[in-house]
Design a protein around this ligand. Structure first.
Ligand code: SAH
Ligand code: SF4
Ligand code: F3S
Length: 441
């Protein structure tokens, strides 16, 4: 049997796309290889959000090229956002790549690879040809948790971001299709869902007018599916976070007390230049509304330092917003110019050493604030979905709370169980605890 290996870069959307890619390859009759060396078909599902993932991919691909020099029958397929961004020159840059495909053309992969994944259409582009991957076969990586794609593409115009250029305009998946997939997953034993879209809160707007729906309705429909105990979603854009969604979050038992709400910058001036279409005050008002409606809500975020024109004062506004909100955790990024985006052409690019200095100071504040938030959990009992043994200590189990914090704990439970854990110790990123023994009735 011929075998495949998929290397995935980037976000959860890409990780989920890889489950579809693997499902398709298995339909073609291939089996999964544990290493790249043992595989006949080498697939790279790429990311190009910042320069770093581009570089990581280039290093991986160089290795694959060396393998192919020894064994020219190996097929190299490059998919994902970097492939799409480089569609004009991908085969010139990397002549040993056989098949390239964008994030929207996964459903066609089978046509280009052919039965057995032999790479029958070498040098073929499958880019900018978008079809929903939702209905494809899927090779799920996790038994009790699943991603569900609710939309593709993005209609925002964030000045720094390459995603709209590589993933195209936003298309919402029909609510019936989403609920059918969720029902199927629940039947397979899935207990935790993560709904995926670049801007989940604008889901539904492009659907036919007679469908009349919004993301709040979709949350309610998923909440009604038997067996689904936890619902998460990523990412909501603050500009589109409306009352009906807040109410659905508050009222649906399965929807977790967690919102990942990308702030990007705490300076209204920079937010305007980024075209985020909210300012610091509006963001803080939204945080207030969310916290009022959903007690004990965890808030996490994405932050960028060194956007063109960012002054020390702008940066300090980001710091003070982080302190004011008290994020439970944050992904922090150094601004990385992406060719073709509005911000890449802006004057006043910030020198590398200033960006470095700011990211270090920001990370320190984020960690300090997160440590305070986590310390508040000590002494409480949290519901944990068990995922696996702990990474650092095989005698402990690892799982996540509804607020999405990782917990390592001692206890006796199987992966997929929902257990109560008494929290005893907190760091800035994780919790430690002991499984609470239920008192016999
Ligand atoms: N659609 C999602 C996230 C997209 S990318 C959303 O809007 O929330 C994930 C994060 O990468 C963004 O939130 C942003 O913080 C960061 N990012 C995007 N482009 C970037 C760039 N050019 N440089 C640095 N960080 C970037
Ligand atoms: Fe990029 Fe903005 Fe769209 Fe998110 S909302 S994918 S940051 S353009
Ligand atoms: Fe995701 Fe990277 Fe594409 S973050 S959407 S894989 S550019």
């Amino acid at each position: 049997m011929r075998r495949y290996h998929v290397t995935t870069f980037g976000c959860q959307m890409n990780a989920h796309d890889s489950e579809r890619i693997k499902g398709m390859l298995e339909e073609l009759g291939l089996g999964e290889a544990t290493t790249q060396d043992e595989a006949d078909v080498l697939v790279f599902n790429t990311c190009t959000i910042r320069e770093k993932p581009d570089q990581k991919f280039a290093a991986h691909l160089a290795q694959a090229a060396a393998v192919k020099r020894r064994d020219p029958d190996k097929v190299i397929a490059v998919g994902g956002c970097y492939a799409e961004a480089q569609r004009e020159r991908l085969f010139d840059l990397y002549p040993y790549v056989d098949v390239a495909f964008g994030p929207g053309s996964i459903p066609h992969l089978g046509e280009w690879l052919g039965a057995g994944g032999l790479g029958i259409a070498r040098g073929q582009f499958g880019l900018q040809d978008r079809t929903f991957a939702g209905e494809l076969p899927m090779h799920r990586e996790r038994r009790f948790q699943a991603w569900v794609q609710i939309s593709m593409g993005c209609n925002s115009k964030c000045a720094y971001c390459i995603v709209p250029a590589v993933r195209g305009r936003e298309v919402s998946r029909r609510p019936g299709d989403v609920v059918a997939e969720v029902t199927r997953l629940a039947g397979d034993g899935v207990r935790e869902l993560t709904l995926l879209g670049q801007n989940v809160n604008s889901w539904g707007r492009d659907l036919a007018p007679e469908i009349h729906t919004d993301f709040g309705e979709l949350l309610r429909a998923c909440d009604l599916v038997d067996g689904i105990e936890r619902i998460r979603f990523t990412s909501p854009h603050p500009k589109d976070f409306r009352r009906p969604v807040i109410e659905a979050m508050a009222e649906c038992d399965a929807v977790c007390e967690h919102a990942h709400l990308p702030l990007q910058s705490g300076s209204s001036r920079i937010l305007k230049a980024m075209r985020r279409t909210y300012n610091r005050e509006r963001y803080l008002r939204l945080v207030g509304e969310l916290r009022e409606a959903i007690p004990d809500l965890a808030l996490t975020t994405d932050l960028i330092v060194g956007f063109p024109g960012e002054t020390e004062d702008d940066f300090l506004e980001t710091i003070s917003t982080v302190e004011e909100v008290g994020f439970d955790s944050a992904f922090t990024f150094v601004y990385s110019p992406r060719a073709g985006t509005e911000a890449a052409a802006m004057a006043e690019q910030i020198p590398e050493e200033v960006k470095r200095d700011r990211i270090e100071r920001l990370v320190e504040v984020v960690q300090r604030v997160a440590a305070v938030r986590n310390a508040e959990r000590v002494g409480r009992v949290e519901q944990v979905l068990v995922e696996s043994p702990s990474r650092t200590d095989p005698n402990l189990l690892r799982g996540r709370t509804r607020r999405n914090t990782t917990v390592n704990f001692s206890g006796a439970a199987a992966a997929g169980d929902l257990v109560d854990v008494r929290i005893e110790v907190a760091t800035s990123t994780t919790l430690r605890g002991v499984q609470a023994v239920p008192v016999a009735a």
